[in-house]
Design a protein around this ligand. Sequence first.
Ligand code: UD1
Ligand code: CA
Length: 457
Amino acid sequence: MTNTVIILAAGKGTRMNSRLPKVLQPLAGQSLLSHVLGTVRQLGQQVSLGTPIVVYGHGGKEVQASCAGQPLEWVEQAEQKGTGHAVQMVLPVLPQDGVSLILSGDVPLMGVGTLQRLMDAASSGMAMLSVRLENPTGYGRIVRDAAGQIQRIVEQKDASDAEKQISEINPGVYCVANALLHRLLPRLSNNNAQGEYYLTDIIGMAVAEGIVIGSASPDHEFEIEGVNDKAQLAQLERRWQRHQVDQLLKQGVTVIDPARLDIRGRVTVGKDVLLDVNVILEGECQLGDGVEIGAGSILRNVQLGAGTQVKPYTLMEDVRIGQNAEIGPFARLRPDTVLADETRIGNFVEVKKSTLGTGSKVNHLAYIGDAVIGSQVNVGAGTITCNYDGANKHQTTIEDQAFIGSNSSLVAPIHIGAGATVGAGSVVTKNVPEHQLAIARGQQRNTANFTRPVKNK
Ligand code: UD1
Ligand code: CA
């Protein structure tokens, strides 16, 4: 049987005080909504889920554009009349059988394991998450009877003083049989303190029908945390970062300062990886055994082989590097750079869409773009591949064991043969055959008895 996921994302998020719709605010480099969708995707690998349904309202176009290409069903809630009203909007497209998992677009860090347990708890037809909080203020409270069975939910604004003392809260995540949603939702009223149609009221209604409400607890408290303003967003960001760092520490990573490492994506690590302060890892990063990342480095979608060292303040994106390479400090590796084992990229070197063979070195102040460089090549300081003629990009090829003298300009398309040497300061516009020396610079003239001009008095 296929189940349904409903994501409520119509709220305005006024308290964010931002032009961006609330569910598009970024947490760990990804929008709140895309965190939720990522979790749903993972859950879909364990249980059968239909195309997720997103209830949208404010900023609908922008929210939809942010999810372009993802299989989603969009249901509009033009006016925000409450969470119950939001799910009512889904009824016309909701199957009669199966269950619905109801999530909030502004609760980004819900865990897959927690959701699975919630679904398992819904055999009676309805289950909700539940958690006890030291400070339950603001949340709906879970009212249980003497036998400990869930009776109903009361919102903060509707709660009596005694009910406000209840510390068990409703995180707003439910699993409900679709048949129940079809039967109960049309009967909601908005006769309450906020004049809204409360989704939470279906719990009391189901209990009245004799249904026992199941419940499950989250693995971590941060999973149920919603984001309503920038302060909560910042706080949740820190909590999530700390949680991710803790996972790395458990895997044996040395993190010099857990408060100064940010992970905006996923990291896989080998043994004895070291991450210095103010490192940012984005997208998918794979760090092999013994990799060390120096202070202030930012790495996005990288694969680093065992023993590779990244010195401080290095920037790299979409890069694959072999073993025992040494990169930086102050290097910039741009997309589609592939560096073999034991390569060396030094300070103030930019590499783009290029490959370097084993042991090749570009140590100082160079630009390598659209180049294929063989193994054991030495590229001298200040060398530039002139890859762009103002209209098109052209390729530079440098074969094994070539030596490019300092401050050379290699005007592409160009081919430097194996073992060839380019004299320092050359502007190379013609191919260099293997093992030959190319010098392309003005000849030096020395003038004897030269007197320097003197300053006029
Ligand atoms: C809701 C629960 C409350 C719970 C809390 C957990 C109700 C009545 N109350 O309260 O018991 O403790 O969540 O965070 O459900 N939304 C819509 N359309 C609407 C209203 C809301 O799509 O008309 C969406 C919001 O975008 C948000 C989610 O539903 O993603 C929850 O709405 P929100 O207003 O934050 O819920 P609360 O009133 O805080
Ligand atoms: Ca509300």
